[in-house]
Design a protein around this ligand. Structure first.
Ligand SMILES: Cc1cc2nc3c(=O)[nH]c(=O)nc-3n(C[C@H](O)[C@H](O)[C@H](O)COP(=O)(O)O)c2cc1C
Length: 166
């Protein structure tokens, strides 16, 4: 049997399956060599409460991956309904500093860019990472959580954005 054809079919099946998994959307940020970087992601999730920690999976081909390998800290900004344009810009629609032309960006006391009107911003120290296939898995030790009151999360599923019903 041709192993390559088998693995391509499996990849397609997995992509199709993942369209059914609805996720919140975040924009992760960091600073490297004085440059701000941002990346939209659905892969962010809480890892542990003891210690409070987050997991973020980043493709090795992204500029964000190269920066995160060398960065001390990063933020995870949980997006709400008003942030579809921010997700689009940080998810491939813009490059480098251009990504920060969309959204209400602020700077943390530690010098990290964060979205001032995100549902929540989780500030992490970059504690550990390992590589699996094409992705880096970054473990962020949670240092601070900034919260806004409104509950109106942006949802991504089946290749597009959705609102929660009700
Ligand atoms: C909704 C959405 C979710 C995404 N989730 C991820 C993700 O979890 N991990 C990842 O590596 N890329 C993800 N991407 C793609 C990156 O955001 C995109 O490749 C980005 O342009 C990388 O930027 P950079 O190369 O400038 O660092 C996602 C894009 C979108 C629109």
């Amino acid at each position: 049997m041709d192993q390559r054809i088998g693995s391509l079919a499996l990849e397609q099946a997995l992509k199709q399956a993942m369209r059914f998994l609805a996720s919140g959307v975040v924009v992760a940020t960091t600073v490297h060599n004085g440059q701000r970087l941002a990346m939209a992601a659905t892969s962010a999730t809480s890892l542990s409460m003891d210690p409070p920690s987050m997991l973020l999976c980043v493709h090795e081909a992204s500029a964000f991956y190269q920066a995160l390998i060398a960065s001390k800290d990063f933020t995870i900004n949980i997006l709400n309904q008003t942030h579809e344009d921010v997700s689009a810009a940080c998810g491939g629609g813009a490059v480098g500093e251009e990504k920060f032309k969309t959204g209400n960006w602020a700077t943390s006391t530690g010098g990290l860019p964060y979205l001032g009107d995100a549902a929540c911003t989780i500030i992490c120290s970059n504690d550990s990472n390992f590589k699996y296939g094409t992705h880096g898995l970054f473990v962020g030790r949670v240092m601070q959580v900034l919260q806004n009151e409104q509950f109106d999360p942006l949802i991504y599923a089946d290749g597009h954005y959705h609102k929660l019903a009700g």
